[in-house]
Design a protein around this ligand. Structure first.
Ligand code: GRG
Length: 292
């Protein structure tokens, strides 16, 4: 059931890796300090799953567009995702030593370089997105990464350490912190592929349900996952006494909700036919069945 989703992830990885390597070629950035470029490459090419680029490319193909048309947006969203992980790992935030199976960027380089590499990835993400020539996509990505999206959600997450949220608060926090970037990935793909308003709405519902499935599964993996496979420590949420889906609902109910969200994502695509839509449906099951 998840084979087509995994195939999409592999194809998106190959495409986006090649495109991001080209975008970080130092000949394009004359005078840029090599240490900064090396730091960005260290985190970008550390073995991420390329889940968000797969959604951009899959979303575009599902509405009849090409992977090529989606590629600048796929690079942009992966750069923003990587910046968020670099900053999230910093001593001022989660203070983590391990990410994607390797020392975090501030451990491998230093804290100032990690902050600046994150800032620069955020900046050049919009340089990449400019190649789509679509201002709606620029605005959507800025909003998904900004105060009403990922950055705002991160603030709510930090505040939650002192005043633990109830379930509705947790859902709101995650909708912003991780859901917004997943949702906008699918939407940007659809926009790059010239989706009709109805199809855009269907894909948006898919992205929203998928974001929830992804986050619940992430919380479950923090309890049950194998650190070797995940490339990061497990049990970090419990050690920090963070409110999570398992801490509020228990593991069984969390698993049930993750599966239900994957089903909601699949159902949202009922009007879409073809291999590309099948790959998106398969990706929804991959999200809840993954072990890393
Ligand atoms: C610093 C502005 C700012 C935001 C940080 C998204 C985020 C906000 C922090 C990440 C912390 C975290 C582990 C969130 C859980 C969900 C998540 C984003 C997991 C990592 O994404 P994957 O599994 O990672 O797609 P890979 O390594 O495969 O790319």
């Amino acid at each position: 059931m998840i084979a087509a989703g995994e195939a999409l992830l592999r194809r998106a990885s190959a495409l986006v890796d090649e495109a991001m390597r080209a975008r970080l070629d130092e000949r394009l950035w004359p005078g840029a300090p090599s240490r900064l470029m090396d730091a960005m490459r260290y985190s970008l090419f550390a073995g991420g799953k390329r889940f968000r680029p797969a959604l951009v490319i899959g979303g575009c193909e599902a509405v009849g567009g090409t992977a090529e048309a989606a590629l600048p947006a796929a690079c942009a969203v992966e750069m923003i995702h990587t910046y968020s992980l670099i900053h999230d790992d910093l001593p001022a935030m989660d203070n983590d030593d391990l990410r994607r199976g390797r020392p975090t960027l501030h451990r491998a380089f230093d804290e100032a370089t990690a902050i600046l590499a994150g800032d620069t990835l955020l900046t050049i993400a919009f340089d990449a997105l400019a190649d789509c020539g679509n201002l709606d996509m620029v605005r959507e990505l800025a909003r998904a990464a900004g105060p009403t999206g990922m950055a705002g959600g991160q603030v709510l997450d930090i505040e939650a350490e002192n005043s633990p949220p109830n379930l509705n608060g947790l859902i709101r926090l995650h909708r912003m912190k991780t859901g917004a970037l997943i949702r906008v990935s699918v939407r940007m793909g659809a926009l790059a592929g010239g989706a009709s308003p109805e199809t855009l709405t269907a894909l948006t519902r898919y992205g929203e349900a998928l974001g929830l499935a992804f986050q619940i599964t992430d919380d479950i993996l923090d309890v049950t996952g194998d650190p070797e496979k995940m490339g990061k420590a497990a049990g970090r949420d419990a050690a920090r006494q963070k409110t999570t889906y398992p801490s509020l609902l228990g593991l069984e109910e969390s698993r049930r909700r993750a599966e239900q969200s994957a089903r909601d994502a699949v159902d949202a695509l009922a009007g879409l036919n073809g291999d590309a839509a099948d790959a998106l449906r398969s990706l929804a099951w991959y999200v809840v069945r993954r072990d890393a």
